[in-house]
Design a protein around this ligand. Structure first.
Ligand code: HAM
Length: 419
């Protein structure tokens, strides 16, 4: 027996109501803030991620699904959405439009991680990006949008963690100070952090090992090393958030797991949990588009993990609206009735009424069981007698009440029952 690959799962019909609930809220949010939809390929040139997300990150070093296609080109299943959005922005000359360009996307993302609750090898992200404007008001808008998204989902007990990690002007000095701090604890670092110390020191702050977290507690903070431009920008982001009454907590150890960030970084977390369980994260990436060969172009954005959102909706016992069910199940007895039933089903569907048509040659009891499990409100029954009278039996599957309805009136009767 084949099984879904480890770290992936099927989303069965009974789960779909949660997905639709979240996706609908995402689309409404983007409509409200005037972000345009963008659909992106599932795989990209592997270099797109290596150059932006960065060598030295877990995502690139350990988690990319990389393969060569038959032409020998090295491709990767997408590890995230921001770099592909920037690639599309450059490829289609979206920099020629009025800036900022505001886009959103949804779809699967692939990371070869150790699967556990809320951590999968295929997960789904909803993300949005604003490209072409460095105004801190845009950072505040993106954070406000993220916050409003979770409020609209009726999730409670969340917090926004906020930090600034500077830019290429001020980061080198900070990294030097950070390395010096960690070098004095070299004997106590975990093997991963030993590598981080030389390859990607910013990621030291993000280590989840208790012994490394102790060292992080006394480490220099990125905000203590911001250049004038970054400091003023970060102060403005905070002032705008306060203006918009968006709550946030400053977290000097928040660095995010991708290398392209500059200045603002933020995450939305369920209270009392560590960064492992963040529902979404984002920030500014003013150097990313230049890395891809474009002119210097600022950008800021956010992405949320849909699986984690749904886990939290269930944990908080949030009811979601069930998907629409069929209105009627059409049952028949005998070949002649079957032909008439097929015509009736066809006409009802033409009239916009969702129908389940019986199949096979089982008895009425069997068909009624099918009718009930289809979730239909009514059963429409045709036997010899009904055929002779040119009328069907319409049974309300909830109350058990049934009536004879002329064949010409079925649509009207079912529609009335639906109101
Ligand atoms: P990220 O923090 O890597 O950011 O992923 C965004 C969200 O996706 C996470 O907060 C989490 O909810 C979810 N997620 C990540 N990995 C997994 C996993 N293995 N299983 C389940 N859920 C997961 C980004 O990808 C950036 N592109 C976000 C961004 C957009 N920054 C700027 N614009």
């Amino acid at each position: 027996m084949y099984k879904a690959p480890r770290g992936t799962f099927d989303i069965l019909p009974e789960e779909q109501a949660y997905w639709k609930y979240v996706e609908d809220k995402a689309v409404s949010l983007c409509r409200l803030y005037s972000y345009q939809p963008l659909s992106l390929p599932i795989f990209e040139d592997a270099q797109l991620f290596t150059r932006t997300v960065g060598g030295g990150t877990d995502i690139v070093d350990k988690e990319m699904y990389v393969f060569r296609d038959k032409s020998g080109q090295e491709l990767a299943l997408r590890t995230e959405g921001t770099a592909p959005v920037c690639r599309a922005y450059l490829e289609h000359g979206l920099f020629n439009l009025a800036q900022p360009v505001k886009l959103y996307y949804m779809g699967p993302v692939f990371r070869y991680e150790r699967p556990q609750a809320g951590r999968y090898r295929q997960h789904h992200q909803f993300g949005f990006e604003a490209l072409g404007d460095a105004d801190p008001a845009l950072d505040a808008e993106v954070i406000q949008m993220a916050w409003q998204f979770f409020l609209s989902l009726q999730l409670s007990g969340l917090s926004i963690q906020l930090n600034s990690i500077g830019c290429k002007l001020c980061r080198p000095e900070y990294l030097e100070a950070l390395k010096q701090h960690y070098a004095s604890y070299a004997q106590r670092l975990c093997p991963d952090c030993e590598v981080r110390l030389s390859r990607n020191p910013l990621r030291l702050l993000d280590c989840k090992k208790p012994s490394c977290q102790e060292i992080a507690k006394t480490a220099p903070k990125p905000t203590e090393y911001l250049c004038h431009g970054c400091r003023v920008h970060f102060e403005s982001v905070q002032r705008y958030l306060a203006t918009l009454s968006i709550p946030f907590e400053l977290n000097s150890r928040l660095v995010r797991g991708l290398d392209y960030y500059t200045r603002t970084v933020f995450e939305v977390e369920p209270q009392g949990k560590g960064g492992q369980s963040s529902l979404g994260g984002g920030g500014r990436y003013d150097e990313l588009i230049e890395t891809l060969g474009g002119n210097p172009t600022p950008g800021v954005g956010f992405a949320a993990g849909l699986e984690r959102i749904i886990l939290n909706l269930k944990a908080q016992k949030r009811a979601v609206r069930a998907l629409p069910r069929p209105v009627a199940f059409i049952a028949y007895l005998g070949e002649e009735a079957k032909i008439e039933a097929m015509k009736i089903a066809s006409e009802l569907r033409q009239a916009g009424i969702p129908i389940v048509m019986a199949t096979g040659d089982k008895g009425l009891k069997w068909q009624m069981r099918q009718a009930n499990s289809s979730g239909s409100r009514y059963a429409v029954i045709l036997g010899k007698e009904e055929l002779a009278n040119r009328a069907v039996t319409v049974r309300d599957l909830g109350s058990g009440e049934q009536n004879s309805v002329p064949m010409t009136d079925i649509a009207k009767t079912l529609k009335r029952g639906r109101e």
